[in-house]
Design a binder for this molecule. Structure first.
Ligand code: MV4
Length: 450
């Protein structure tokens, strides 16, 4: 077992990893930028190394500084969390070359799943349902035009180096195809330095339902049920829940088995997530595979009473997985609390938190690194807390979330707490009747006068 793990991340996920390491008797090293000197993960870790100035490119993304921190502290493993270098094949490779265990996917696996067209072709070979479309990358516009006629409009053009919607265009008819083709490739080139495109039949108003999987070094994989992440704004998830209100026993089994087949076909090691699009007739299609722990992992932990970070560490240390599949026997909802103003187009609101009262009580979990007096730096992602409620039924979990949000006081900065509180009263949300289009026409109701 590892003696010392360096956590190459910040904020709530750094705290999350440090907590499990402490419970496992593993020493921890925090890395931090100048802007994070006062951050909680620095205080919770056994050791802390400043790896550079505030800009991520000079600190949390600076591979040489992170490897140096691991060398001088003699860390035998690195946990990358999510974001930053968590899906960076070069970083995974460099860790391996320095004999530091990367608690994540191998460089080869990251590359294979990171190239979306290749990932899809691999899943097709594995017999995992995929959206009908191009066999890999589209060579040129002539092929694009021909393909679109074969697939049938509407189609979705997607960037192979992409993900999260960048370089993606929905095209409803042939006259719009060329402009979409050119602008999507331009956007992909700018964002990823690569303009390879592929095409799929457009799935209208899909749900985004993902399956948590864990694979071990023997090539065995198991699934830990689903998470419904359909409520997103500009491809940023806002809230997630498990089980999905759209799920049926059959759909869960079929999707779970497809995700296991995908993981075992590629001999996936570690925690991973297979993302699916689900249409209104409950047909599901492979969308992407993420080779990292995800922000929303706590709702899965809550409904099956499982520590996913512990599982990642055990698998990385060569411990075989139990192999059993899980079905949720509770209901859990996560609300991502961001330092953003929901009354002003969710614009970021960094600054000092002057007052903070955390919600608590039965079935309430708060994963956060902030505290009264903490200054939220403007340099990083605006998420400051994840509020998770868990109960026997969805209605009770919603009720608990309302009560917890009403208790949650953060002053000094604007937050998305009011958005989530209104969401919990929205009839379509309460009815579980929502797709990825839910936020398209969201209007905040004005705050009541005090
Ligand atoms: C799609 C789609 C409809 N049809 N592919 C969005 C980003 C990336 N994860 C893939 N996405 C989509 N791919 C086909 N063939 C609709 C989306 C999509 C979406 C998917 C999941 C969650 C939110 C979304 C918001 C807009 C579009």
């Amino acid at each position: 077992m590892f003696k010392k793990i360096l956590v190459a991340n910040r904020g709530e996920i750094a705290l999350r990893v440090i907590r499990t390491c402490k419970e496992m008797g593993i020493k921890t090293v925090a890395v931090y930028s100048k802007a994070d000197e006062e951050s909680l993960h620095v205080r919770f870790a056994d050791e802390a190394v400043c790896i550079g100035p505030a800009p991520s490119s000079e600190s949390y993304l600076k591979i040489s500084n992170i490897i140096s921190a691991a060398e001088i502290t003699n860390a035998d493993a690195i946990h990358p969390g999510y974001g930053f270098l968590s899906e960076n094949a070069k970083f995974s490779k460099i860790c391996e070359e320095h004999d530091i265990k990367f608690i994540g996917a191998s460089a080869e696996m990251i590359e294979k799943m990171g190239d979306k067209a290749t990932a899809k072709a691999t899943m097709n070979e594995a017999g995992v349902p995929c959206v009908p479309g191009s066999e890999g990358i589209i060579e040129d516009f002539e092929e694009c035009k021909k393909l679109a006629l074969e697939v049938g409009y509407p189609v979705m053009l997607k960037a192979s180096a992409g993900g999260g919607g960048k370089g993606m265009r929905a095209v409803w008819n042939e006259e719009d195809l060329e402009e979409a083709w050119n602008s999507a490739r331009q956007e992909s080139k700018a964002a990823f330095g690569n303009d390879d495109m592929y095409m799929e039949k457009l799935i209208e108003e899909p749900r985004h339902i993902e399956i948590q999987i864990v694979g071990d070094s023997s090539g065995k994989a198991c699934h830990l049920s689903e998470r419904d992440c359909s409520i997103q704004r500009r491809h940023q998830k806002l809230t997630e829940e498990t089980p999905s209100p759209f799920m049926t026993k059959k759909l869960r089994n079929d999707m779970g088995m497809a995700a296991v087949k995908a993981a075992e076909y590629i001999k996936y090691e570690g925690a991973g997530t297979v993302e699916f699009l689900v249409d209104k007739n409950r047909n599901f299609y492979f969308m992407e595979m993420n080779t990292r722990i995800q922000v929303e992992h706590p709702i899965t932990e809550q409904v099956i009473d499982f520590d996913l970070i512990r599982e990642q560490i055990l698998v990385a240390a060569g411990v075989p997985i139990s192999g059993k599949h899980y079905t949720p026997n509770l209901h859990s909802i996560e609300c991502r609390i961001n330092a953003e103003d929901p009354y002003n187009n969710f614009r970021p609101s960094p600054g000092r938190i002057t007052t903070l009262h955390a919600p608590g009580g039965h079935g309430v979990r708060l994963d956060t690194h902030v505290y009264a007096g903490y200054v939220i730096p403007p340099n990083y992602d605006s998420m400051i807390a994840k509020l998770i409620t868990t109960a026997q039924t969805r209605d009770e979990a919603i009720n608990k979330m309302k009560r917890a949000l009403d208790e949650f006081v953060i002053e000094g900065v604007k937050t998305t707490i009011p958005f989530h509180r209104q969401l919990m009263d929205h009839p379509d949300y309460v009815a579980g009747n929502y797709t990825t289009a839910f936020m398209d026409d969201w209007e905040m109701m004005e705050p009541e006068e005090d």
